[in-house]
Ligand binder design. Structure first.
Ligand code: SAH
Length: 263
């Protein structure tokens, strides 16, 4: 420690760095090259529940792996522990830390909260974007989130707000395509609210469960069927509401026809 202008400041500081990186939706082929390279050279990998084992298998085997999954109800306590861990490994021990989050770190991943905490503690942070399930999930089911003439706007919406309250659907009800994350459990309430907000009851809806993994499952239905709890869906799932969902069947027909074309 030394005195500088009357204030005590640390002279030697650890030179750790945190990479707040997106792991993509599951399939390791959908990692960015930057995230892959960072994983290969990481000292510490702190990963979330939605990061797939296949992605972790690509990281430096000598690295320290720390699971930082947040089960519902304990998010805030766990979040504080994660921040402490980051501070310890990067700040105190000077390690190269990859903080790996499912999809993109800045799409409902509390990425900026961790970044703010680290920057306030004087630790360097780099954000490495990832392929978000909000876009890749629908795409993996042959559903474009926009389509000329059908959908010129898309909203990515969390089913819940801070404190666990359901979102106010009036804010987004007029957007052409709604991509709803964290909504598997509350799907019936969401669909009911959307119909109340004026969306047609027969509007198509798709759920993509475990998108971009070998267990991917796609369910096509309508808002009124979802509101009536007529379908079974398990988290994690991306919910897509909008006319674009119809393109899936059309593209599947074309794909089948293309297979039948003699060459
Ligand atoms: N940062 C992440 C989203 C975190 S919120 C991203 O950009 O993808 C967690 C929600 O994301 C889940 O509840 C689910 O709705 C969605 N999700 C993430 N990965 C998914 C996957 N492989 N398949 C389906 N949904 C997924």
């Amino acid at each position: 420690l030394s005195l500088s202008g009357g204030r005590i400041v640390p002279v030697v500081r650890a030179i750790g760095e945190v990479f707040l990186a997106g792991a993509g939706p599951g399939d390791p082929e959908l990692l960015t090259l930057r995230t892959l390279r960072l994983l290969q050279s990481a000292d510490v990998v702190i990963y979330d529940r939605l990061v797939s084992a296949e992605v972790l298998a690509l990281a430096n085997p000598e690295a320290e792996f720390i699971y930082a999954g947040k089960d519902e109800g304990h998010q805030n306590a766990v979040q504080a522990e994660i921040c402490e861990l980051l501070l310890d490994r990067a700040g105190r021990r000077g390690k190269r830390v990859v903080r790996l989050k499912g999809g993109d770190p800045f799409v409902f991943g509390r990425g900026a909260e961790e970044m703010r905490f680290l920057l306030e503690a004087g630790i360097t942070v780099e954000v490495v974007p990832g392929v978000s399930s909000a876009i890749a999930g629908p795409a993996a089911a042959n559903i474009p989130v926009t389509h000329r003439g059908i959908a010129s706007s898309v909203a990515i919406v969390s089913a819940r707000c801070k404190g666990g309250r359901l979102n106010d659907w009036r804010k987004v009800a007029g957007v052409d395509t709604l991509v709803i994350l964290m909504g598997a459990k509350s799907r019936a309430k969401i669909a009911t609210s959307l119909i109340e907000c004026g969306r047609p009851a027969d509007e198509p809806v798709a759920f993509i469960e475990r998108a971009c993994t070998p267990e991917q499952r796609v369910t096509e239905t309508t808002l009124d069927d979802v509101a009536a709890s007529a379908i079974e869906i398990e988290a994690p799932a991306v919910m897509v509401v909008g006319e674009v969902v119809r393109l899936r069947a059309e593209l599947a027909d074309l794909a089948r026809a293309a297979m039948d074309v003699e060459v």
